[in-house]
Write a protein that binds this ligand. Structure first.
Ligand SMILES: Cc1cc2nc3c(=O)[nH]c(=O)nc-3n(C[C@H](O)[C@H](O)[C@H](O)COP(=O)(O)OP(=O)(O)OC[C@H]3O[C@@H](n4cnc5c(N)ncnc54)[C@H](O)[C@@H]3O)c2cc1C
Length: 434
């Protein structure tokens, strides 16, 4: 059995853990990032739809995502990458949030106005110009296809949408995590793959280190839990659950890939669509595909699973999502081949992440990413490194929350909003919208 010492150890090399690693490395810390998988970004990150949008229910959520956009727009500079490096690419396709009665757009718009996020109100005539194939009938509230009212002829039209031209997506989320890993390695950060963290050691209330499955002991004063759907298990190892009022749990999630008819050319003409009327979200994908996911409508049961869950496409869910897409975009049709991914979200009780210290000194969490934090990876890494530095230098974040200024937008991000000890945020959408 050998022992090694580091300034900080990050558990998990998904897009969040790799980003935290990079930011701590930039501050000159000697870090080790451990992952049970064989490379960076092979956990839940690899299943991500990787949509970059700003439509969160709370001001900090909107501010963080708008700051997060700048990282993707400046990805090569952020990583200090060479011009020939294979980098994740940001595709700015825009996003239409369909307006439903009393809908999500009403929560979002005041934050857009106060931050100055550009948006347009689109009515039905605007859609005729931008995407005439879209059927703007009111189908909702969302139903499952085995409910016979699913096929009722709609009698009303939606009002339109809020369109955010700066939104987009990353076509290869796993590559984004690998980019961060490569950039961190260039700074001297170490990564250890195919090894599981099996226990965390402490003396009293202070972290002292951790143990790996093959027997190695690592000594460190700082550990960051960025274990994605395994977050709760890692918190248990550290004995950090004691004062957490917000829990995290793994939730099964399917995203389907439907070919766009060639003449429709959704890859180039399309944009992301948040469609609460139908319980789906949609985005263009490379290879002229349409990606369709769920916004957790009430009629769809939630499947809470084991964090190691690996499943196949469920025919019922595939039909639900693809037929909903088909009602909105009838020219797409229903493909014979069922393609898609089955991933796992690490869902916080109010669908808002926990970026915080814990009751165990030196043990930090970047968890509960709730299917909506890929886009925030860059800024989340920065915020966590600011928080860790402040707390390790003596700031009592619980009573005096760390406030971060977005490096690109200068927007204030009050980290107190992401506390483990909060009550359920009443403004939350309680869904993937955050
Ligand atoms: C289907 C799907 C669609 C999504 N779509 C979007 C989207 O459109 N936009 C958006 O912003 N977000 C989206 N998300 C959310 C986003 O992808 C996640 O929030 C983000 O990728 C989480 O990254 P992570 O690094 O926290 O977790 P992960 O990528 O899961 O990484 C955690 C890592 O920890 C490792 N680990 C766990 N336990 C241990 C241990 N004991 N020892 C060693 N290693 C361990 C795992 O092996 C894993 O690699 C989506 C997620 C999914 C699943």
């Amino acid at each position: 059995m050998s022992t090694q010492a580091y300034d900080a150890v990050i558990i998990g090399s998904g897009v969040i853990g790799s980003s935290i690693t990079y930011e701590l490395g930039r501050r000159g810390l000697r870090t080790l990032t451990v992952d049970r998988n064989g490379g960076a970004g092979l956990g839940s990150t690899s299943y991500s739809s990787a949509i970059v949008r700003f439509t969160y229910s709370t001001y900090p959520g909107v501010a963080m995502s708008y700051e997060g956009l700048r990282y993707w727009q400046n990805w090569g500079d952020h990583l200090n990458a060479g011009s020939n490096d294979d980098l994740a690419k940001f595709h700015q396709c825009g996003m239409a949030t369909l307006k439903t009665e009393g809908g999500h757009h009403l929560k979002v718009l005041p934050h857009f106005d106060s931050i100055g996020i550009p948006y347009e109100h689109w009515d039905i005539d605007d859609f005729r110009v931008h995407l005439p194939e879209l059927d703007l009938s009111t189908f909702g509230p969302p139903k499952r296809p085995d409910d016979e009212s699913f096929w009722n002829e709609p009698t009303e039209q939606l009002e339109g949408a809020v369109f955010t031209p700066e939104a987009g997506y990353i076509s290869d989320p796993q590559l984004a995590a690998q980019n961060l890993c490569t950039a961190a390695t260039a700074l001297g950060c170490e990564f250890l793959f195919n090894v599981e963290v099996t226990s965390i050691t402490r003396t009293g209330h202070r972290i002292t280190g951790l143990q790996l499955a093959h027997g190695t002991t690592i000594s460190t004063p700082v550990i960051v839990n960025a274990a994605g759907p395994h977050s709760r298990i890692v918190n248990e190892m550290a004995g950090a659950l004691e004062d957490m009022s917000i829990g995290t749990n793994p939730l099964r999630q399917e995203v389907h890939h439907v070919p766009s008819p060639p003449e429709f050319d959704f890859e180039n003409r399309g944009f992301s669509i948040a469609d609460d009327d139908n319980g789906i979200y949609v985005r263009p994908d490379l290879g002229n595909n349409i990606l369709v996911g769920s916004t957790e409508p009430d009629c769809d049961p939630l499947h809470w699973v084991d964090p190691d869950y690996q499943g196949e496409i469920d025919v019922g869910q595939w039909e639900a999502q693809v037929l909903r897409l088909n009602r909105r975009l009838p020219s797409v049709g229903v493909p014979h081949q069922k393609r898609g991914v089955v991933g796992v979200y690490d869902v916080a009780d109010d669908w808002i992440p926990i970026y915080d210290r814990t009751c165990v000194d030196g043990f930090y969490v970047a968890i509960g990413t709730s299917g909506n934090q890929f886009k925030n990876a860059g800024i989340a890494g920065y915020c966590m490194s600011e928080l860790i530095e402040a707390v390790e230098n003596g700031q009592d974040h619980d009573s005096d929350p760390v406030s971060v200024t977005g490096p690109h937008t200068s927007l204030p991000i009050d980290m107190g909003n992401f506390r483990r000890t909060r009550t359920i945020n009443p403004d939350s959408s309680m869904s993937v919208h955050g």
